[in-house]
Design a protein around this ligand. Structure first.
Ligand code: GUN
Length: 292
């Protein structure tokens, strides 16, 4: 059984991006600039956004963090987006999700200039991704593709089962694994909370990608021998014995599944760190596209 070391691979990618930034500087070009908007002060969201800003520093990007109050109106957020769309110094930006209930998320994502949408959530980018056109691929699915590629895990003709149909992970993942090329060319089954007899489906999977946010949902009995298992879950489970008061827990029953799987991502240290590196990669791509 091989552990897919997302932390190591993501560090390799950051090193590669930092090299590219150095080359840009040597050519006298502007370095990539990522902005992030966060509305409210949800603990997990703040942690993610701060990690994104820190990662920018590490690779030599410029970054801007825009904090807005939890009571901000939709119009205030749309105004901020318009400013970033028109600001030539910004190559790409993200609006951290989830947003407070008074704000319509789809309306916000539609307002982002697709050429600066480094999260790849705008319908234009999602459509282009589905049609094999150049776009921004959402960072978490992009990170999973990169892990499969760097570990040279065969995907052609394999049965990939995706569990969870979220717009951020499951849905795009199901499209990407079925596209032509590598990693892709899989036969894909997309399952969700209304799927009946899920074990019957998962037990036929060569590759399982799970993103449901239910700790330890995927048990060893649900997979076949030598399956490849990618765990996207990151739930904070309360635990008073730890300093932070919680432990980060994945969607996979790791200790038992590891006895059966051929490849497995740990949580933390698997898909999570990859997501940040792929956001940086998208921002680098945005800069390069703007440069042309
Ligand atoms: N919330 C959880 N994941 C993401 C992500 O990839 N991007 C943004 N903007 N918000 C998120």
């Amino acid at each position: 059984m091989t552990i897919l070391d997302g932390k190591k691979v993501s560090n390799d990618i950051k090193d590669e991006i930092a090299e590219e930034v150095k080359k840009m500087q040597a050519r006298g070009e502007k370095v990539p600039h990522l902005a992030a908007i966060i509305v409210g002060n949800d603990g997990a969201s703040m942690t993610y956004v701060n990690s994104k800003v820190k990662a920018c520093k590490r690779v030599g990007f410029e970054s801007t963090l825009i904090r807005m109050s939890a009571t901000s109106s939709e119009l205030e957020l749309l105004d901020k987006i318009e400013q970033l769309n028109n600001d030539e110094s910004i190559d790409g930006f993200i609006v951290q999700l989830p947003l407070p209930p008074q704000i319509d998320t789809q309306k916000i994502l539609m307002a982002i200039d697709p050429d600066k949408d480094v999260d790849g959530f705008h319908p234009t980018n999602f459509g282009k991704m589905s049609l094999d056109m150049t776009s921004f691929i959402p960072a978490t699915p992009f990170g999973i593709l990169e892990l499969l590629e760097r570990y040279d895990i065969p995907t052609k003709g394999k049965h990939t089962v995706v569990i969870g149909r979220s717009h951020i992970v499951g849905r795009p993942m199901s499209i990407l694994m079925g596209r032509s090329g590598f990693p892709g060319n899989s036969t894909v089954t997309l399952t969700h909370k209304y799927t009946k007899n899920i074990t019957q489906i998962t037990s036929q999977a060569d590759i399982i990608i799970i993103a449901v946010g239910i700790p330890h949902f995927l048990k060893a009995e649900m997979i076949k021998d030598d399956a490849v298992v990618i765990d996207v879950g990151i739930t904070r489970v309360p635990d008073d014995s730890t300093e932070k008061g919680y432990v980060i827990t994945g969607d996979v029953d790791f200790d038992n599944v590891k006895k059966k799987a051929s490849y497995l991502t740990p949580v933390p240290g698997g898909v999570g760190p990859m997501t940040i590196s792929m956001l940086l990669k998208n921002t680098l791509l945005a800069r390069e596209r703007h440069q042309k």
